[in-house]
Design a protein around this ligand. Structure first.
Ligand code: AMP
Ligand code: ZN
Length: 115
């Protein structure tokens, strides 16, 4: 997608602090972290949100969670815990319209899942 900031990161047109990359998936540190560990995991294929996922993407989503597991261990937040957040649409507070999974950890997070 031409104007998608995350597609530009994938193409290397915008710099990012990468923590993982393979043919299908990229993970990089959030530019505006809300916790000591805040990493975004994205499919390289442009999907606007969870609502764009189809049956053919089931393996891709499974791989994303396996990468989340690996990153959590590398970042040493596996024992202390963390949160995986996927915002969707207006009410969900999704700002970037390219499907992304936030990994947030490294501190005790609030118990509320919404305000
Ligand atoms: P969301 O509100 O779920 O759409 O989250 C978008 C996230 O992308 C926010 O946490 C932003 O801080 C993050 N973000 C936006 N631009 C960049 C960028 N160039 N590099 C890294 N993270 C970014
Ligand atoms: Zn995109």
């Amino acid at each position: 997608m031409e104007d998608c900031i995350f597609c530009k990161i994938i193409k290397g047109e915008i710099p990012s602090n990468k923590v993982y990359e393979d043919e299908e998936i990229l993970a990089f540190r959030d530019i505006n972290p809300v916790a000591p560990v805040h990493i975004l995991v994205i499919p390289k294929k442009h999907l606007n949100s969870v609502l764009d996922l189809n049956k053919e993407d089931e393996i891709l989503v499974g791989k994303i969670y396996t990468i989340i597991n690996k990153i959590a261990k590398e970042e040493n937040i596996d024992k202390t815990g963390f949160r995986v957040v996927v915002n969707c649409g207006e009410d969900g507070g999704q700002e970037v319209k390219h499907l992304h999974f936030h990994i947030i950890g490294g501190k005790k997070l609030g118990t509320k899942i919404c305000e």
